[in-house]
Ligand binder design. Structure first.
Ligand code: HEM
Length: 415
């Protein structure tokens, strides 16, 4: 099918819906067609941006192409604040607390947790709940130090907020947007109430045992001068973000990467050999290259606060009007042959300068280094099992996130 001519023939009001359907059915094909023939195109819902260079540009102008759409969801969390003191201060402090020196220990802990989940499931596991959500929730408790809660509650708070923040916008066409938003706000309220009681308890226990070390403990042990404005309310907001950011993102990536590798038996065998040899540098390349073909999000979204011309001075220059929504299609960028040679080949030797899996630019993910070891390590522990097979496809149950994905396997293989 010639996607671009079909698109042009469709009534304007239907074009975005048509595009979304194609994007679900054949993302690589539809993106290639638009990258070539219509690299920036407007619909009544949003302006779509397909080329790598233009996607980078759209994510590099935070004062004009902003994160305003997150604002009603997140209040004053760093992700909805562009070029503000709140963002740079909170992100700077949290980056220091999530020290990259911890990563070897974080990876080892994740490995132990993932193996325990696999051993406990006894040869047949439902990956989404029993592994993909369970391990990050345990990491949130044990490494971030956000604890004293039922795991189910942590998963519910994280899920409700992820759904509202990332999948409940005008271009998502949710049938029940108000209900999704209300649930997320309710979860935020419950989380704040929990933290209001938990943090003083934790501060007290730190007085008794100051050697405790986790991210919340580090925050509580640090004396921030009042002039910085990093007060108790900021602490609660930032700690809440650790839980919300960690769970659905990880489970989706884990499920889709395992699924993608099982569908590529030749690469699966090589990835498995790297897993058994504990060659993390090589193994992780299989993980990220698999995710390129099925990323957790195909596009990001930004809101133009004033008119803005993308790709100025080129023959594809295109002005987004003030009040317009821009969708930088990051998956399309990752298949742009101008930046990613032979993009439809699965190639673990490639090293794209930017892979967009953890966002890009001003709002690049705070948890990217933790996620960058957690996701591959969980997948690695799965691949080390004998006789690994899927018992069915990933079932999204009509939601944006995987909800059910079953694997069967034998024991742990020592290699
Ligand atoms: C491990 C725990 C995680 C935490 C604590 C976390 C937290 C955050 C925070 C605070 C931001 C906003 C940063 C800012 O505004 O400057 C962010 C952005 C982002 N995160 Fe994470 N995250 C985690 C894991 C992940 C994972 C596993 C993925 C994907 C595989 C991911 C994908 C993203 C993306 C794409 C953005 C950018 C959103 C945008 O620019 O609109 N995150 N994350």
């Amino acid at each position: 099918m010639n996607y671009v001519s079909e698109f042009d023939r469709a009534p304007e009001a239907e074009r975005f819906h048509l595009f979304r359907r194609w994007m679900n059915e054949d993302p690589v094909g539809v993106f290639a067609a638009f990258r070539d023939e219509r690299p920036i195109v407007s619909t009544p819902v949003a302006t779509l941006v397909f080329r790598y260079r233009d996607v980078v540009e759209a994510l590099s102008n935070p004062t004009i192409l902003t994160v305003k759409l997150y604002e009603p969801k997140m209040g004053n969390f760093m992700l909805c604040k562009d070029e503000t003191i709140t963002n740079t201060r909170d992100k700077g402090i949290m980056q220091a607390m999530l020290s990259r020196d911890d990563l070897p220990e974080v990876r080892a802990l994740v490995g132990t947790l993932a193996d325990a989940a696999l051993d406990g499931a006894d040869g047949e596991i439902e990956v989404v709940h029993q592994l993909g959500r369970k391990v990050p929730v345990q990491l949130v408790e044990q490494y971030f130090g956000f604890a004293d809660l039922e795991h189910e509650t942590m998963m519910r708070w994280s899920y409700n907020n992820q759904l509202d923040a990332f999948n409940n916008h005008p271009f998502n066409f949710q049938p029940n947007p108000d209900e999704i938003h209300a649930k997320a706000q309710q979860s935020l309220e419950e989380m704040k109430n929990h933290l209001a009681q938990f943090l003083p308890r934790k501060a007290q226990s730190l007085q008794e045992n100051p050697a405790q070390d986790d991210v919340v403990a580090r925050l509580l042990k640090t004396r921030f001068p009042a002039e910085l404005g990093f007060d108790g309310e900021r602490l609660v907001t930032c700690i809440g973000g650790l839980l919300i950011g960690a769970v659905e993102t990880t489970q989706q990536a884990v499920a889709q990467i395992i699924d993608g590798l099982l569908k590529r038996p030749v690469h699966l065998e090589k990835a498995r050999a790297a897993a058994l040899a504990d060659d993390d540098a090589l193994f992780d390349r299989y993980v990220w290259e698999t995710l390129r073909f099925d990323p957790i999000v195909k596009f990001m979204f930004r809101y133009a606060v004033q008119d803005y011309t993308l790709a100025k001075g080129t023959d594809r220059a295109h002005t987004v009007p003030a009040g317009g929504i821009v969708l930088p299609i990051t998956m399309s960028a990752l298949f742009d042959p101008d930046e990613v040679p032979l993009p439809t080949e699965f190639n673990v030797q490639r090293q794209p300068a930017i892979d967009f899996h953890f966002g890009f630019g001003h709002h690049a993910c705070l948890g990217r280094y933790v996620g960058g070891v957690m996701i591959p390590e969980i997948v690695k522990r799965v691949l080390r099992r004998d006789n690994l097979r899927a018992l069915g496809p990933i079932d999204f149950k009509g939601t944006p996130f995987p909800e059910d994905y079953r694997l069967a396997y034998g024991g742990a293989c020592s290699g």
